[in-house]
Ligand binder design. Structure first.
Ligand SMILES: Nc1ncnc2c1ncn2[C@@H]1O[C@H](COP(=O)(O)OP(=O)(O)OP(=O)(O)O)[C@@H](O)[C@H]1O
Length: 697
């Protein structure tokens, strides 16, 4: 791939009239109407190549005007077609990674171009696949089918037979998001006779495969920003990958101080002087968190904080789990804020790339990005199109400082890791940073401010249980996201102060999560749960609260039932022990259904073995004692000892049986005809018995 040129951006690269081949008058008029007097370097480099039947791979810094660098050639190609397109025919396609970006490409200033007709299609890979191939891997995977290797039916609405130009915007991101199979299917479907362009502020090695499959002898256009020191040096030796007018810096604090530090930055940048009516400061802020749950939580919790809202800040949130309608309305509301209102957009990386939100003054990264490539895109939401801007990333004290080249904080480097890969992490990516200071605007320390923010947040959280739930979810998701940092040597979960992090979320109690295992001692020492009556802590949402109460009632009833069952079990086993029922084998009692509850308790296996053994021993002892007593009584009877005592009754029972037996034998003897007292006596059980029989008869 040939490298065409290396230009500085965005200072102008001459008037539009200089472009060769010249623009169609209609296009030149629209550009002028938009107020764009001069071309930007990326436009001056790319437009002629793309118009002259070259495939292009364009890498240019954020906010340098890449969109117009492909929109103009697309239009020129379609306007210069000899034959007009049929009703379903599509002349050009632009693929963008997110819905917002696709909408943006089709709106605002570019809208005027696209109003020429529906010959151009702009969309995300999934939607385009559905529209053009009549199926979507997204839809297929939702139905449980394997997306890979499947081809669309080819029964889509649009016809791409006459496709002239294909553009893949934020191309590296398209691959990151796992769109490779979809892109392959689309490329397979499109005619080979077309021009193709890849555009992004960052390029990845993975793009090589896409370039091989989708482009033909492409020309590479690289537009860097020349730093003063690097003037005259060749590509790769100097330059920076962030806009010239971007002041890019970092602040260091501990995890527990993150939100207080964010507040300091917002206040200091929005109201640089102590006069609270001062409106000369920054008006638009973008604040990045690592997860949707964190954005969601902090948006809800911070929006209700008097200390922030009373200063006039208007908060908004944008993340990938919101509905498309919600995302669109946030985008519009944030864009349309009056100039007097400082607006803060809390977001994830869904708003990191390509979005051209107007007039963003400050970008704050509360969580550094998991993918280091996102860093340049995030900070590039400010200082666009020749405007100045400021970006701040919050780093935790210690190891994380290695992210910005503070290698003294790295106790030991891994053996196979060259010093500079770690120590100059962002510098070697040509993203220079400087240390920013945000001192207190009063007397308080950052720690005191953190405590104050935490107390204020907790007051808000205690008003709605929903916030507590969201806080836990956000905390857990942030930990998980931290563990996925690609720069894992700098962002190590085992070094992260999780207790401090939990404090920054103002949690009411420490959740039980796997990552906190082994930290019990530290938690005991540094963490105190807030005293909360969890039974009465309510949701502000009435329906949800009603449901919670119903569930609570059911739980309480179940608990009471379990307790009373346990009590009954204890009582019945005590009674069994007391009345001797324990002598009977357990299996027999179970059969009789006498002791169902007990059996249930047995199933819980609570002390079953111990109880069983104790009962068995008791039974054996009792049985031995009984037999011994009976033997003694019998002996006493023989000796004429009247000491039968309490057991006289059962002794009488024995005699009755004996008498009945003798009577039966007597009857049998009579039946045989022999009426001999002696004979009966002899037939009995010895002389003893004979004595008594005679007396009874
Ligand atoms: N020639 C020009 N003169 C003045 N402004 C321009 C010109 N070209 C583009 N712009 C403006 O510059 C801003 C940034 O342009 P654009 O969104 O195309 O940047 P980008 O390079 O695609 O950035 P990113 O990499 O963040 O997507 C837009 O607001 C656009 O209207």
């Amino acid at each position: 791939m040939a490298v065409d040129r290396l230009a500085a951006a965005p200072p102008s690269a001459g008037p539009w009239s200089k472009i060769n081949p010249p623009l169609t008058p209609w296009v030149a008029d629209v550009v002028r109407d938009m107020g764009f007097e001069q071309m930007y370097p990326v436009q001056a480099s790319t437009i002629p190549l793309f118009m002259q039947h070259k495939d292009v791979v364009v890498e240019a810094v954020t906010g340098s005007g890449k969109t117009l660098a492909f929109v103009i050639p697309v239009l020129e190609k379609l306007l210069r077609r000899g034959k007009s397109l049929g009703k379903r025919e599509i002349g050009a396609i632009v693929i963008a990674p997110t819905r917002e970006l696709a909408i943006q490409i089709h709106s605002d200033d570019k809208k005027q171009f696209f109003e020429t007709g529906a010959d151009i299609l702009v969309g995300t890979p999934g939607r385009l696949e559905e529209f053009l191939l009549g199926s979507s891997s997204v839809a297929m995977s939702k139905k449980g089918n394997s997306a890979s290797g499947r081809r669309g039916s080819g029964n889509g609405v649009g016809d791409t037979k006459s496709l002239e130009v294909l553009v893949m915007d934020e191309a590296d991101r398209l691959l990151d998001l796992g769109f490779t199979p979809t892109l392959t299917r689309l490329l397979d479907h499109f005619p080979k006779q077309r021009r193709t362009g890849l555009f992004s502020a960052t390029m990845s090695d993975a793009l090589g495969q896409l370039v091989r499959v989708g482009l033909r002898n492409p020309v590479r256009v690289v537009v860097k920003v020349e730093s003063k020191a690097g003037k005259g040096k060749a590509e790769g030796q100097d330059g920076r990958n962030i806009p010239t007018l971007l002041q890019n810096g970092f602040v260091v604090c501990s995890p527990s101080e993150r939100i207080a530090m964010l507040f300091r930055i917002l206040r200091r940048e929005a109201f640089p002087s102590s006069d609270s009516d001062d409106s000369s400061g920054a008006r638009k802020f973008i604040v990045y968190f690592s997860t949707c749950a964190a954005v969601d939580y902090f948006f809800k919790a911070l929006s209700a904080l008097p200390s922030l809202t009373e200063s006039g800040f208007s908060l908004h949130s944008l993340h990938g789990q919101q509905s498309p309608t919600r995302r669109s309305s946030t985008y519009t509301a944030f864009t349309a804020l009056p100039p007097t209102t400082p607006g803060v957009l809390l977001c994830t990386d869904v708003a990191a790339r390509g979005l051209d939100l107007p007039d963003v003054d400050v970008v704050v990264q509360v969580d550094p990005p998991v993918d280091p490539r996102a860093f340049g895109h995030r900070v590039g939401r400010t200082a666009r199109a020749g405007r100045s801007g400021k970006a701040v990333v919050l780093l935790n004290k210690g190891r994380e400082e290695g992210y910005v080249g503070e290698s003294r904080f790295l106790p030991s480097l891994p053996r196979n890791c060259a010093d500079e890969t770690v120590a100059d992490f962002l510098n070697i990516r040509k993203i220079p940073l400087q240390r920013f200071e945000y001192p207190s605007q009063g007397e308080s320390t950052l720690e005191q401010e953190s405590q104050a923010v935490r107390d204020e947040m907790r007051k808000v959280i205690l008003k709605d249980r929903d916030l507590h739930d969201r806080g836990i979810k956000a905390f857990v998701s942030s930990i998980r996201s931290y563990s996925k940092h690609e720069a894992s040597y700098l962002f190590r979960l085992q070094d992260l102060d999780l207790v401090g992090l939990a404090q920054s979320f103002a949690l009411l109690r420490m959740p039980k999560v796997a990552e906190l295992k082994g930290k019990e001692k530290e938690i005991r020492e540094r963490w105190e749960d807030v005293e909360v009556d969890w039974d009465t802590y309510a949701y502000a949402d009435k329906v949800r609260e009603k449901q919670r109460k119903a569930e609570l009632k059911a739980q309480q009833e179940k608990r009471l039932e379990q307790e009373s069952r346990k009590r009954a079990l204890a009582e019945s086993s005590a009674a069994i022990d007391a009345d001797g029922a324990g002598d009977e084998p357990e299996a027999k009692r179970h059969k009789k259904g006498e002791n169902k509850d007990k059996n249930r308790a047995w199933s819980a296996k609570e002390d079953a073995e111990a109880k069983k053994a104790a009962r068995r021993a008791k039974r054996v002892a009792k049985a031995k004692a009984k037999h011994a007593a009976q033997a003694a009584q019998r002996h006493a009877a023989v000796e004429g000892d009247g000491a039968a005592g309490d057991e006289g009754e059962s002794e009488a029972e024995d005699w009755k049986e004996e008498l009945a037996r003798v009577k039966r034998e007597k009857k049998m003897a009579a039946a045989r005809g022999g009426k001999s007292e002696k004979g009966v006596a002899q037939a009995g059980s010895g002389g003893l018995a004979g004595v008594a029989f005679e007396g009874l008869d």
